[in-house]
Design a protein around this ligand. Sequence first.
Ligand code: R5P
Length: 314
Amino acid sequence: MFNRISIFTGNAHPKLAKDIAKYLKGEVSQALVSRFSDGEVRVKIEENVRGKDVFVVQPTSPPVNENLMELLIMIDALKRASARRITAVIPYFGYARQDRKDQPRVPITAKLVANLLTTAGADRVLTLDLHAGQIQGFFDIPLDHLYAINVFVEYFSKKKFKNNLVVVSPDVGGIKMARAYAKRLRAGLAIVDKRRNTPDSTEAIHILGEVKAKVAILVDDIIATGSSLIEAAKVLKKAGTKKIYAAVTHGVLSKDAPKKLENSEISQLVITDSIPLPKEKRTSKIKVVSVAPLLGEAIKRIHEEKSISILFNF
Ligand code: R5P
């Protein structure tokens, strides 16, 4: 297989690229991705890619602009090196939270990034738990959208909860996904009524649903400042919830989120490795589950022109 496909990575998450290549019984291909003295991104593809099916693994996680620029420039280099097809594998699609004009004179950055990727030369995109499903439509090239739900359900199923589990969505936008988790885990469903005061702070108002004396799993796509989940956990605790877990696909964990999490009502935060978790952000409350096999299987199926819907049916 590795004589027909190549997997490349920039500096965003080489470990994930390596784990994906390992799942596929191969190795990450060589590329120089560094900086010129003035900070411009310098790329040189070190292997022949003529006629190859190429996958570039690069989440656009912090430092977002650096990682995004690396991805765009790598795609440009691969295109000019005559790769047959280039798939941008973006396990975390940054700039996604600005996905509509919800105030006057604001940009739609998710659409801008989609345009940039297409202009750079991406033929396909493979991504995971987009902040909003509609972002798929911002691309005029094929996009495969995977979900981490199966990975989380496998993790929580091993905990053998008694019949006292409730899945909680920290906001109204997450109900559909929370309902899918509740169904799979045979749990109840509750929703937190959240208000965002500033981009970095939220206020949880009250809860809709039965949570008293239950074990709760808060599910969300992103944890950034942690405000949404920590505020939701406070309200859950007040309402008599026994224990609180959180399952979040993308652990952005910006600012002092890990510290705030340590002092919160959340007993354990389970995140995926869609974004690298640097040492200084690791705490005993954070558990990481891997999406490398999921992404690896999707890459294999895309290359073999097989259906990948089996990976996102839930
Ligand atoms: C919001 O709609 C998202 O689903 C997340 O709840 C939000 O991005 C989390 O941000 P923070 O951790 O800063 O509250």
